[in-house]
Design a protein around this ligand. Structure first.
Ligand SMILES: [Zn+2]
Ligand SMILES: [Zn+2]
Length: 455
């Protein structure tokens, strides 16, 4: 018997965590932390796992919504084996150490006494048990080795994988994790199986996003370069809020290319913190992981100014500079939030968004505010500013478009499709599109805490 249980607390993109039981082999797929919730509510509902220890925990990649609570789960089930790619282990450790610092700061600033969920030494101890596996090499899991598992390159960020599982009776499952089929700046697109999958567990991040038919990445990059050039030539400052892992490295490469090609002036570029740490790891793994430009090290082609250390005076935004800084959603107490507060009222400056923002985040609020109207960048208190700076959004997503996901499902033709990692309306769009493409298939949206039988 094969069952699937969604261990996330809510049906949205958040603390991704799923349990699959394949004829008694108990498997956990990802152990994320909800980016918008705090404390216990940010964890998956681990109580649904029950008393029996899982055999294997898979982590698809190092974004915190997939790995953020792994040390908590390991503490509850220390004998479960933990599998991920070597690159995810390397980058994930840096992300989780940073998460300890963020949680510790929130404990002090916001009085959240359950933080940090684990300490730096506890994390190092947990990470010693992680077992890295390469892409494309099947291995057996479960006490008797009943399930055959294979990791496939998911093309989303460095080290990301999808997980293929084959039961003793021959039923096959593919969990996509976060996937991008197209090539990105630094890493090539996903290499997923094209046949032989019975059950597809698929992410739906962009289920509601309608990308214009004329979109090309090359044209979007040209539009992005033009916005930067116009702002700098007009004596303005450019803020590009980015996620530290994935988007930071892509854009660091693109900015270097823009300068090489003379598309933008050779302006000082501010870059640092976790983004710089992750970039050093991308460089360290340049020869061992799939790349669009094999062996290229970002540090060899970019010159950047660092950011002030914690506790030092914050950075002052100056005309003619580019700030490629996190967080991507401009959360409070981050460098991008601080720069945004300084430039939001300046007509010559620009905020250029390059990724998804939650509508409630400061980035989401700026995107939704018409030019010239008042915007508040802090949750509690803080002043309202007139939004006078230039604001533009660009699409360089690390996730597949909804059309690419539906097309993949159609080619793969599984008997069942389970939709995860999307807001409810996004998953409904995907359900409709996939049932039209695969009328024979059974399409499920597994609700939190409700196990479903898959065979
Ligand atoms: Zn991700
Ligand atoms: Zn994700």
């Amino acid at each position: 018997m094969i069952t699937f249980t969604n261990l996330s607390r809510t049906a949205e993109i958040g603390s991704n965590c799923y349990m699959v039981d394949m004829d008694g082999v108990r498997i956990i797929l990802d152990s994320g932390m909800h980016p918008k919730k705090e404390g216990h509510e940010a964890q998956p509902d681990f109580s649904l796992i029950g008393a029996a220890t899982p055999d294997t925990i898979f982590v698809t990649h190092a974004h915190l919504d997939h790995i953020g609570t792994l040390p908590v789960l390991q503490d509850k089930h220390p004998s479960a084996e933990v599998i991920m790619t070597d690159a995810t282990a390397t980058v994930g450790l840096a992300m989780l150490h940073n998460s300890v610092n963020v949680m510790t700061a929130k404990r002090v600033q916001e009085g959240l006494i359950e933080y940090p969920f684990y300490t730096h030494p506890e994390l190092d101890y947990a990470a010693r048990c992680w077992m890295p596996r390469p892409y494309g090499a099947p291995f057996r899991i479960g006490r008797r080795g009943d399930v055959l598992a294979t990791l496939h390159d998911a093309g989303h960020i460095l080290g990301s994988c999808g997980v293929e599982l084959e039961s003793v009776s021959g039923t096959t499952i593919l969990y996509t994790g976060d996937v991008q089929f197209d090539h990105q700046t630094i890493i090539p697109g996903a290499k997923f199986p094209e046949s032989g999958i019975d059950i597809l567990i698929m992410e739906c991040t962009h289920g509601l996003k309608d990308r214009p038919a004329e979109y090309t990445r090359a044209a979007e990059l040209r539009r992005f370069a033009a916005a930067i050039r116009e702002t700098l030539e007009n004596d303005g400052a450019v803020l590009i809020p980015v996620f530290a892992l994935g988007k930071s490295q892509c854009l660091l490469r693109e900015l270097a290319r823009f300068k090489e090609q003379g598309l933008i002036p050779d302006a000082p570029l501010y870059f640092g913190g976790l983004s710089a740490k992750v970039t050093a790891l991308y460089d360290k793994l340049a020869d061992e992981t799939p790349r669009m430009e094999p062996g290229l090290r970002l540090r060899d082609i970019t010159e950047t100014h660092g950011l002030p250390k914690q506790g030092k005076a914050p950075l002052v935004a100056s005309p003619g500079n580019i700030y490629l800084v996190s967080s991507g959603m401009m959360s409070e107490h981050t460098v991008s939030h601080n720069i945004a507060e300084q430039i939001v009222t300046h007509p010559k400056d620009a905020i250029l968004f390059v990724g998804y923002s939650d509508p409630d985040s400061p980035a989401g609020k700026i995107k939704a505010t018409p030019h010239g109207e008042q915007v508040r960048l802090r949750e509690k208190g803080g002043q309202a500013y007139p939004l006078n700076c230039r604001v533009e959004s660009f699409d360089f997503s690390g996730h597949a478009t909804r059309e690419a996901l539906v097309d993949y499902a159609r080619r793969l033709a599984p008997k069942k499709v389970l939709l995860v990692h999307g807001d409810p309306e996004a998953m409904e769009w995907m359900r409709g599109a996939i049932s039209a493409a695969l009328p024979e298939a059974d399409i499920l949206i597994p609700q939190p805490g409700k196990p479903c039988r898959l065979d």
